[in-house]
Design a protein around this ligand. Structure first.
Ligand code: HEM
Length: 292
Protein backbone atom coordinates (compact mmCIF):
# COMPACT_ATOMS: atom_id res chain seq x y z
CA UNK A 1 0.00 0.00 0.00
CA UNK A 2 1.60 3.32 0.94
CA UNK A 3 4.71 2.05 2.64
CA UNK A 4 6.76 -1.08 3.22
CA UNK A 5 5.28 -3.67 5.60
CA UNK A 6 8.13 -2.96 7.98
CA UNK A 7 10.95 -0.46 8.16
CA UNK A 8 13.98 0.04 10.31
CA UNK A 9 13.73 3.19 12.42
CA UNK A 10 16.22 4.95 10.13
CA UNK A 11 14.16 4.30 6.98
CA UNK A 12 11.03 6.27 6.29
CA UNK A 13 7.97 4.05 6.68
CA UNK A 14 6.02 5.96 4.02
CA UNK A 15 6.18 7.12 0.43
CA UNK A 16 7.68 10.62 0.38
CA UNK A 17 5.96 11.75 -2.83
CA UNK A 18 2.57 10.86 -1.34
CA UNK A 19 3.07 12.20 2.19
CA UNK A 20 5.48 15.11 1.74
CA UNK A 21 5.38 16.28 -1.88
CA UNK A 22 7.38 19.48 -2.43
CA UNK A 23 4.43 21.83 -2.77
CA UNK A 24 2.47 24.37 -0.75
CA UNK A 25 0.25 23.06 2.04
CA UNK A 26 -3.46 22.99 1.26
CA UNK A 27 -6.59 20.94 1.93
CA UNK A 28 -7.20 18.36 -0.75
CA UNK A 29 -8.75 14.92 -1.01
CA UNK A 30 -5.67 13.32 -2.55
CA UNK A 31 -7.32 9.89 -2.85
CA UNK A 32 -5.69 7.09 -4.84
CA UNK A 33 -6.90 3.58 -5.61
CA UNK A 34 -6.16 1.12 -2.78
CA UNK A 35 -5.79 -2.60 -2.32
CA UNK A 36 -7.70 -3.47 0.89
CA UNK A 37 -6.20 -6.96 1.20
CA UNK A 38 -2.73 -5.39 1.27
CA UNK A 39 -3.93 -2.70 3.70
CA UNK A 40 -4.99 -5.31 6.27
CA UNK A 41 -2.08 -7.72 5.68
CA UNK A 42 -0.21 -8.28 8.96
CA UNK A 43 3.11 -6.43 9.09
CA UNK A 44 6.27 -7.67 10.81
CA UNK A 45 5.18 -5.69 13.89
CA UNK A 46 1.81 -7.47 14.01
CA UNK A 47 2.20 -9.23 17.37
CA UNK A 48 3.56 -6.13 19.11
CA UNK A 49 0.77 -3.95 17.70
CA UNK A 50 -1.97 -6.43 18.64
CA UNK A 51 -0.59 -6.75 22.19
CA UNK A 52 -0.65 -2.95 22.48
CA UNK A 53 -4.21 -2.80 21.12
CA UNK A 54 -5.37 -5.42 23.65
CA UNK A 55 -3.75 -3.50 26.50
CA UNK A 56 -5.25 -0.15 25.48
CA UNK A 57 -8.72 -1.70 25.07
CA UNK A 58 -8.47 -3.50 28.43
CA UNK A 59 -7.41 -0.34 30.28
CA UNK A 60 -9.77 2.22 28.72
CA UNK A 61 -12.45 0.65 26.53
CA UNK A 62 -14.64 3.74 27.04
CA UNK A 63 -12.09 5.90 25.19
CA UNK A 64 -11.32 3.60 22.28
CA UNK A 65 -14.19 1.33 21.23
CA UNK A 66 -17.91 1.83 20.80
CA UNK A 67 -20.95 1.86 18.59
CA UNK A 68 -24.45 3.26 18.55
CA UNK A 69 -27.69 1.39 17.83
CA UNK A 70 -27.31 1.94 14.07
CA UNK A 71 -23.82 0.41 13.87
CA UNK A 72 -24.87 -3.27 13.93
CA UNK A 73 -25.72 -3.52 10.20
CA UNK A 74 -22.49 -1.74 9.30
CA UNK A 75 -20.46 -4.14 11.42
CA UNK A 76 -22.17 -7.19 9.91
CA UNK A 77 -21.63 -5.70 6.46
CA UNK A 78 -17.93 -5.12 7.25
CA UNK A 79 -17.56 -8.79 8.17
CA UNK A 80 -19.36 -9.91 4.99
CA UNK A 81 -17.10 -7.63 2.92
CA UNK A 82 -13.94 -8.80 4.75
CA UNK A 83 -14.83 -12.48 4.22
CA UNK A 84 -15.54 -11.90 0.53
CA UNK A 85 -12.16 -10.21 0.12
CA UNK A 86 -10.16 -12.78 2.12
CA UNK A 87 -9.20 -10.20 4.71
CA UNK A 88 -9.86 -12.38 7.77
CA UNK A 89 -7.94 -15.52 8.83
CA UNK A 90 -10.04 -18.72 9.05
CA UNK A 91 -9.79 -19.00 12.84
CA UNK A 92 -11.11 -15.44 13.24
CA UNK A 93 -14.01 -16.17 10.87
CA UNK A 94 -14.91 -19.19 13.00
CA UNK A 95 -14.84 -17.07 16.17
CA UNK A 96 -16.98 -14.37 14.55
CA UNK A 97 -19.50 -16.92 13.27
CA UNK A 98 -19.91 -18.46 16.73
CA UNK A 99 -20.24 -15.11 18.50
CA UNK A 100 -23.77 -13.65 18.82
CA UNK A 101 -23.01 -10.34 20.51
CA UNK A 102 -22.23 -7.42 18.19
CA UNK A 103 -20.01 -5.83 20.88
CA UNK A 104 -17.94 -9.03 21.03
CA UNK A 105 -17.71 -9.23 17.23
CA UNK A 106 -16.39 -5.65 17.22
CA UNK A 107 -13.89 -6.56 19.95
CA UNK A 108 -12.66 -9.55 17.90
CA UNK A 109 -11.99 -7.36 14.86
CA UNK A 110 -10.37 -4.73 17.11
CA UNK A 111 -7.75 -7.30 18.16
CA UNK A 112 -7.30 -8.87 14.71
CA UNK A 113 -6.51 -5.91 12.46
CA UNK A 114 -3.55 -3.59 13.00
CA UNK A 115 -5.32 -0.52 11.59
CA UNK A 116 -8.03 1.29 13.53
CA UNK A 117 -11.37 1.40 11.75
CA UNK A 118 -14.52 3.48 11.83
CA UNK A 119 -18.01 2.66 10.57
CA UNK A 120 -20.02 5.39 8.89
CA UNK A 121 -23.68 5.19 7.93
CA UNK A 122 -25.41 7.35 5.36
CA UNK A 123 -28.57 9.28 6.16
CA UNK A 124 -29.85 11.10 3.08
CA UNK A 125 -26.78 12.98 1.84
CA UNK A 126 -24.89 12.98 5.16
CA UNK A 127 -22.46 10.45 6.64
CA UNK A 128 -22.61 9.80 10.39
CA UNK A 129 -19.98 8.11 12.55
CA UNK A 130 -21.72 5.05 14.01
CA UNK A 131 -18.88 3.20 15.73
CA UNK A 132 -15.55 1.45 15.48
CA UNK A 133 -12.22 1.16 17.27
CA UNK A 134 -9.53 3.83 17.56
CA UNK A 135 -6.59 2.70 19.71
CA UNK A 136 -4.06 5.12 18.20
CA UNK A 137 -5.78 8.50 17.86
CA UNK A 138 -3.94 11.74 17.25
CA UNK A 139 -5.27 14.33 19.68
CA UNK A 140 -9.02 13.54 19.30
CA UNK A 141 -11.63 11.70 21.31
CA UNK A 142 -13.24 8.95 19.22
CA UNK A 143 -16.14 7.87 21.43
CA UNK A 144 -17.28 11.50 21.85
CA UNK A 145 -17.74 11.71 18.07
CA UNK A 146 -20.03 8.67 17.68
CA UNK A 147 -23.44 9.73 16.38
CA UNK A 148 -22.07 12.92 14.84
CA UNK A 149 -22.14 13.82 11.15
CA UNK A 150 -18.77 13.93 9.39
CA UNK A 151 -19.16 17.61 8.59
CA UNK A 152 -19.48 18.36 12.31
CA UNK A 153 -16.48 16.14 13.16
CA UNK A 154 -14.44 18.07 10.59
CA UNK A 155 -15.66 21.46 11.92
CA UNK A 156 -12.65 21.70 14.25
CA UNK A 157 -10.19 21.51 11.32
CA UNK A 158 -9.59 25.13 10.21
CA UNK A 159 -11.16 25.89 6.81
CA UNK A 160 -11.56 22.20 5.89
CA UNK A 161 -15.34 22.29 5.39
CA UNK A 162 -15.16 25.70 3.68
CA UNK A 163 -12.43 24.58 1.23
CA UNK A 164 -13.33 20.97 0.42
CA UNK A 165 -16.39 19.99 2.51
CA UNK A 166 -18.58 19.73 -0.62
CA UNK A 167 -15.91 17.74 -2.50
CA UNK A 168 -15.63 15.31 0.44
CA UNK A 169 -19.42 14.85 0.56
CA UNK A 170 -19.59 14.23 -3.22
CA UNK A 171 -16.60 11.89 -3.15
CA UNK A 172 -18.05 9.78 -0.31
CA UNK A 173 -21.57 9.73 -1.78
CA UNK A 174 -20.20 8.33 -5.05
CA UNK A 175 -18.34 5.50 -3.30
CA UNK A 176 -21.03 2.91 -3.96
CA UNK A 177 -19.14 0.72 -6.39
CA UNK A 178 -16.94 -1.23 -3.96
CA UNK A 179 -13.77 0.47 -5.20
CA UNK A 180 -11.24 1.12 -2.41
CA UNK A 181 -9.46 4.42 -1.95
CA UNK A 182 -6.60 5.57 0.23
CA UNK A 183 -5.32 8.94 1.40
CA UNK A 184 -2.86 10.21 4.02
CA UNK A 185 -2.58 12.77 6.80
CA UNK A 186 0.61 13.58 8.68
CA UNK A 187 1.26 15.11 12.08
CA UNK A 188 3.79 15.38 14.90
CA UNK A 189 3.79 14.45 18.53
CA UNK A 190 5.94 14.85 21.62
CA UNK A 191 5.55 11.13 22.34
CA UNK A 192 6.84 8.04 20.54
CA UNK A 193 3.58 6.31 21.60
CA UNK A 194 0.96 5.90 18.88
CA UNK A 195 -1.91 6.46 21.31
CA UNK A 196 -2.19 10.25 21.66
CA UNK A 197 -5.70 10.34 23.17
CA UNK A 198 -6.40 13.80 24.69
CA UNK A 199 -6.99 12.21 28.13
CA UNK A 200 -3.28 11.31 28.24
CA UNK A 201 -2.35 15.02 28.24
CA UNK A 202 0.68 14.67 25.95
CA UNK A 203 3.04 17.68 26.38
CA UNK A 204 2.71 20.36 23.67
CA UNK A 205 5.48 20.75 21.12
CA UNK A 206 7.35 23.98 21.89
CA UNK A 207 10.03 26.03 20.14
CA UNK A 208 12.59 24.58 22.56
CA UNK A 209 11.48 20.92 22.27
CA UNK A 210 14.56 18.92 21.10
CA UNK A 211 13.81 17.82 17.53
CA UNK A 212 15.32 14.39 18.19
CA UNK A 213 12.50 13.72 20.67
CA UNK A 214 9.68 14.50 18.21
CA UNK A 215 7.64 11.78 16.51
CA UNK A 216 6.47 12.17 12.92
CA UNK A 217 3.14 10.36 12.41
CA UNK A 218 1.55 9.31 9.16
CA UNK A 219 -2.04 8.09 9.02
CA UNK A 220 -2.70 5.85 6.02
CA UNK A 221 -6.45 6.01 5.58
CA UNK A 222 -8.60 3.50 3.73
CA UNK A 223 -11.98 4.54 2.35
CA UNK A 224 -14.13 1.53 1.51
CA UNK A 225 -17.81 1.38 0.57
CA UNK A 226 -19.69 -1.47 2.25
CA UNK A 227 -22.30 -3.78 0.69
CA UNK A 228 -24.91 -2.22 3.04
CA UNK A 229 -24.45 1.31 1.75
CA UNK A 230 -22.15 2.48 4.56
CA UNK A 231 -18.44 3.20 4.72
CA UNK A 232 -15.45 1.58 6.39
CA UNK A 233 -12.73 4.12 7.22
CA UNK A 234 -9.36 2.58 8.15
CA UNK A 235 -6.58 4.46 9.90
CA UNK A 236 -3.13 2.85 9.99
CA UNK A 237 -0.64 4.91 11.98
CA UNK A 238 3.02 4.69 11.07
CA UNK A 239 5.54 6.70 13.04
CA UNK A 240 9.20 7.53 12.84
CA UNK A 241 11.53 9.93 14.61
CA UNK A 242 11.34 13.44 13.08
CA UNK A 243 15.13 13.32 12.72
CA UNK A 244 14.76 10.54 10.12
CA UNK A 245 12.54 12.84 8.06
CA UNK A 246 14.99 15.74 8.45
CA UNK A 247 17.93 13.53 7.40
CA UNK A 248 16.21 12.67 4.12
CA UNK A 249 16.76 15.63 1.74
CA UNK A 250 13.62 15.01 -0.34
CA UNK A 251 11.36 14.52 2.69
CA UNK A 252 12.94 17.52 4.45
CA UNK A 253 12.29 19.72 1.39
CA UNK A 254 8.63 18.66 1.31
CA UNK A 255 8.21 19.25 5.05
CA UNK A 256 9.96 22.62 4.82
CA UNK A 257 7.58 23.84 2.13
CA UNK A 258 4.49 22.49 3.91
CA UNK A 259 5.51 24.16 7.19
CA UNK A 260 6.46 27.45 5.55
CA UNK A 261 3.14 27.74 3.68
CA UNK A 262 0.69 26.43 6.31
CA UNK A 263 -1.48 29.17 7.82
CA UNK A 264 -1.13 29.89 11.53
CA UNK A 265 -4.59 28.57 12.42
CA UNK A 266 -3.86 25.19 10.82
CA UNK A 267 -0.42 25.01 12.45
CA UNK A 268 -2.12 25.65 15.85
CA UNK A 269 -4.72 22.94 15.15
CA UNK A 270 -1.93 20.47 14.29
CA UNK A 271 -0.06 21.44 17.49
CA UNK A 272 3.06 22.52 15.57
CA UNK A 273 2.71 26.32 15.59
CA UNK A 274 5.41 26.84 18.23
CA UNK A 275 7.93 24.33 16.90
CA UNK A 276 7.63 24.90 13.17
CA UNK A 277 10.23 27.70 12.93
CA UNK A 278 12.71 25.52 14.87
CA UNK A 279 12.19 22.77 12.29
CA UNK A 280 12.45 25.16 9.32
CA UNK A 281 15.70 26.60 10.77
CA UNK A 282 17.10 23.10 11.27
CA UNK A 283 16.34 22.14 7.66
CA UNK A 284 17.84 25.34 6.30
CA UNK A 285 20.99 25.01 8.40
CA UNK A 286 21.70 21.47 7.21
CA UNK A 287 23.57 22.27 3.95
CA UNK A 288 25.84 24.67 5.91
CA UNK A 289 26.50 21.99 8.57
CA UNK A 290 27.65 19.66 5.78
CA UNK A 291 30.00 22.32 4.32
CA UNK A 292 31.68 23.09 7.69
C1 HEM B 1 -12.00 12.20 1.55
C2 HEM B 1 -12.28 12.19 2.78
C3 HEM B 1 -11.60 12.96 3.88
C4 HEM B 1 -10.75 14.03 3.85
C5 HEM B 1 -10.22 14.77 2.64
C6 HEM B 1 -10.42 14.36 5.21
C7 HEM B 1 -9.56 15.36 5.60
C8 HEM B 1 -9.17 15.63 6.89
C9 HEM B 1 -8.14 16.56 7.27
C10 HEM B 1 -7.29 17.38 6.31
C11 HEM B 1 -8.05 16.54 8.61
C12 HEM B 1 -7.04 17.33 9.45
C13 HEM B 1 -5.92 16.38 9.81
C14 HEM B 1 -4.60 17.03 10.14
O1 HEM B 1 -4.04 17.69 9.30
O2 HEM B 1 -4.10 16.83 11.26
C15 HEM B 1 -9.04 15.62 9.09
C16 HEM B 1 -9.25 15.34 10.40
C17 HEM B 1 -10.14 14.40 10.82
N1 HEM B 1 -10.94 13.60 10.04
FE1 HEM B 1 -11.08 13.58 8.05
N2 HEM B 1 -11.08 13.51 6.05
C18 HEM B 1 -11.82 12.64 5.26
C19 HEM B 1 -12.63 11.64 5.69
C20 HEM B 1 -12.87 11.35 6.99
C21 HEM B 1 -13.73 10.31 7.43
C22 HEM B 1 -14.52 9.33 6.54
C23 HEM B 1 -13.70 10.33 8.77
C24 HEM B 1 -14.48 9.41 9.66
C25 HEM B 1 -15.10 9.79 10.73
C26 HEM B 1 -12.82 11.42 9.18
C27 HEM B 1 -12.54 11.79 10.48
C28 HEM B 1 -11.64 12.76 10.85
C29 HEM B 1 -11.30 13.05 12.22
C30 HEM B 1 -11.87 12.37 13.45
C31 HEM B 1 -10.37 14.08 12.21
C32 HEM B 1 -9.73 14.73 13.45
C33 HEM B 1 -10.68 15.75 14.00
C34 HEM B 1 -10.21 16.32 15.33
O3 HEM B 1 -9.05 16.80 15.40
O4 HEM B 1 -11.02 16.30 16.26
N3 HEM B 1 -12.33 12.03 8.07
N4 HEM B 1 -9.71 15.07 8.02
Amino acid sequence: MLGPTSAAESELPFDIDTVLPTRDFDHHIGAKRANPAEYFTPTLEHDVVITERRQILAEHPERHIGMDEDAGDLLVSTIVWAKANSILPDDVIQKLDKEQSLQEKLAILACTWEPDFLLLGQNESQFFLRGGVVCFPSNWDFTQKINHPLEQIHQIVPRLNECIGKNIATFLARMRDGISWQRVNWGMSSSPKKNNHPALGMPRLQASTPLDSVSFRVEEQLLQSLPSNGLLFGIHVRRTNLRNVLNNPKAAAGLNQALATMNEEMARYKGIADIRQTIIDDINEQPQKKLN
